[in-house]
Design a protein. Structure first.
Lengths: 86, 569
């Protein structure tokens, strides 16, 4: 499944949000990718997420495939929408 | 002599320890037994992980939670599935683990170093720190251990890694000198946190300075002297002693009330521009926020900030400062700032134009959204609302009416907000200062905005270099207006503060104190020096001095009066 997400937090995806995303993604067995511009990055990899350089206001596509994809989508969407608690 | 970037203040005088951690020797080899090599790699990972966990514990004790969190990120890099996958693939192609790791790490480092963002460039240093640790564990090559130093030294290095700064024995380290980095690089930030003087970005420090050289490090100017003369050493020892005494005196002010010798207490607050600035406030022991500018929420973007975004910014500051007061100023923006979503025509005189409260009263939705966000956040702390650029009573009453409407709307929606919110105005327009007796009947406080008050009173554009000398904070007209505003406020029983640059000025503070100012809000770095100054003054004496000064006719005479008192003190 796919869903578009927007980066809401002021400072974009720096180390702390990237750590939260990869940690959360790592809890699911599904494959989780973030598509942004011409890049597709593994959401379980903190370095991959950071290297996408997502800034405030950027829109990216979350692509999740696997048996727990619905739960994973819910958890990650919630994270992005909450601005990672910032 | 070398010159670099002064990254952390203070002086260090002592022997250099040059860190020339030999580059780890890595050769490409072909391995036959893939499983054995993978095993070797994972045991190096395991060992590195244990080390980082230990460093994290140490960092937590020495540096606190926020700095220790860096090592959580390091653990995640260490366990990064993409990193491990790539390395495993290379080992499966019969590369040795060391080479596979080095090549993979370099690829990631190159991506980060190539990014057009200082913050991301710094992350390359984290990746290097983690992967170097694994490499050393794979090859058995040791790095210099900065936790075991026999004598006091000034560290000279290409750069310092987060794990080095977290584990070092800071009692033995007098200063840092590095080849690379700027004021915001990891080493610079750590040096300031640890209060160790540092000069960074010297390019070739590690090749010019030798182990054991005697060094003077000047963290104020960024100068480094190698093997200086005895005279220079003596001079710097004096500077260092004076600096340390000053710092000790300021430290002694922390946690104290801001109170004069004869017992008059005032409040020293800080001016901030974003929620991130609260760290600086807390570090400098601010007694509140005297001015929270909200313009940052509206700038550098294409759409209006939502009520929700504003709410979370206000809540963050209110919560962090609670129960200390936080004065939030409503939007102060006009034709000099180009907001793409707010079409304001270009004006001949934007500072005398359609701006601040004038704009907010016309752009009703912007104003109401902001007030709603503030009110909703009010339950998280001690909120005070302040309207900028009020120039007549009608404006104030209109602004208060809008606030009342927003409160009623929230009540109808059943949304809670504090029932104890003070409402005040900036006094920055001379007309407001002159009718401050009337305005005082309708507000809970005044805050004098000296930057604009001086500019409007003296009719001087602050940015115009040619007339720079006419911008006079000591101008008798400005001081008389300030005196009048304080008196008029007190007659109506409201408190009067100040949030312009003058409020943090060491020569003006005594005058305003003598005039009876209740609150001073300044840049956070000025707070402890201001408290130290106030604690050395007598309110009764300065009351008389302030009166005397108001009979002087020029700015120069007033400055001379102040300086003479200082000399005699």
């Amino acid at each position: 499944m796919k869903k578009e997400i927007t980066i809401l937090n002021e400072t974009g995806i720096h180390a702390r949000p990237a750590a939260i995303i990869s940690k959360t993604a790592g809890e699911f067995s599904s494959e989780i990718f973030i598509e942004f511009k011409d890049k597709v990055v593994n959401a379980k990899s903190i370095m991959n997420i950071l290297s996408a350089g997502l800034q405030k206001g950027d829109k990216a596509m979350l692509t999740i495939t696997g048996e727990d994809e619905a739960e994973a989508m819910m958890a990650l969407e919630e994270l992005f929408n909450s601005s990672f608690g910032e | 002599m070398l010159k670099g970037t002064a990254a952390s203040p203070g002086y260090a005088i002592g022997k250099a320890l040059v860190l020339r951690n030999e580059a780890i020797k890595i050769e490409k080899e072909t391995v036959a037994n893939v499983e054995e090599e993978k095993e070797r790699f994972s045991s190096a990972l395991k060992k590195s992980k244990e080390e980082i966990i230990k460093i994290r514990e140490k960092a937590l004790v020495n540096l606190g939670e926020s700095k220790a969190a860096i090592f959580d990120a390091h653990l995640m890099i260490l366990e990064d599935p993409e990193l491990i996958k790539t390395i495993h693939q290379k080992i499966e192609n019969n590369y040795n683990a060391t080479f596979a790791l080095k090549e993979t790490a370099d690829e990631f480092i190159a991506i980060f170093e190539g990014m057009d963002n200082e913050y991301m460039k710094e992350r390359a240093a984290d990746i290097r720190d983690v992967t170097d640790r694994i490499l050393r564990n794979l090859t058995g090559q040791k790095a210099t251990d900065l936790s075991l130093l026999d004598e006091e030294v000034i560290i000279v290095a290409h750069d310092l890694t987060p794990s080095e700064t977290a584990t070092m024995d800071k009692d033995k380290i007098l200063g840092f000198i590095t080849n690379i980095g700027g004021r915001t690089s990891h080493t610079a930030i750590m040096a300031r946190t640890l209060e160790i003087p540092a000069v960074v970005g010297l390019n070739n420090a590690t090749s010019v300075i030798n182990d054991g050289d005697f060094i003077i490090l000047d963290g104020e100017t960024g100068k480094i002297d190698i093997n200086p003369s005895q005279d220079q050493i003596e001079e710097y020892k004096r500077l260092k002693d004076a600096y340390e005494k000053e710092r000790k005196d300021l430290e002694a002010m922390r946690g104290k009330a801001s109170i004069t010798k004869d017992g008059r207490q005032v409040e020293l607050g800080g001016n901030i521009g974003t929620p991130e600035d609260i760290n600086g406030l807390l570090r400098n022991d601010a007694e509140g926020v005297g001015l929270f500018r909200t313009e940052f929420l509206y700038m550098n973007r294409n759409t209006m900030p939502t009520e929700e975004e504003q709410f979370s910014a206000y809540k963050k500051v209110l919560e962090a400062m609670n129960p200390k007061p936080v004065v939030i100023r409503t939007l102060d923006i006009g034709g000099d700032k180009n907001l793409p979503y707010l079409k304001i025509d270009e004006e001949m005189n934007p500072f005398l134009g359609y701006r601040a409260i004038r704009l907010c009263l016309k752009e009703n939705k912007i104003f109401k959204d902001q007030l709603r966000a503030m009110l909703r956040a009010s339950i998280y702390g001690n909120l005070k609302i302040m309207f900028p650029m009020i120039s007549n009573l009608k404006e104030l009453l209109e602004a208060k009416k809008v606030l009342q409407e927003v409160m009623e709307e929230l009540n109808q929606e059943g949304i809670r907000f504090s029932d104890d919110i003070e409402v005040g105005i900036m006094i920055e327009v001379p007309s407001a200062a002159i009718i401050s007796d009337m305005l005082a009947k309708h507000v809970d406080f005044f805050s004098i905005g000296t930057n604009d008050l001086i500019q409007y009173t003296c009719a001087v554009d602050r940015m115009n270099e040619k007339i720079h000398d006419l911008y006079q904070p000591f101008h008798p007209a400005v001081l008389r207006l300030i005196q009048m505003v304080i008196e008029n406020g007190h007659k109506e029983g409201i408190w009067v503060g100040m949030c312009g640059e003058s409020a943090g000025d060491q020569r003006l503070i005594p005058i305003f104190l003598g005039m009876g100012l209740d609150e001073f809000s300044m840049s956070p770095i000025s707070i402890l020096p201001a408290r130290k100054l106030i604690s050395s003054l007598s309110y009764e004496e300065w009351k008389k001095h302030a009166e005397n000064m108001l009979s002087l006719s020029t700015s120069e005479e007033i400055i001379e009066y102040v300086d003479r008192l200082k000399l005699n003190a």
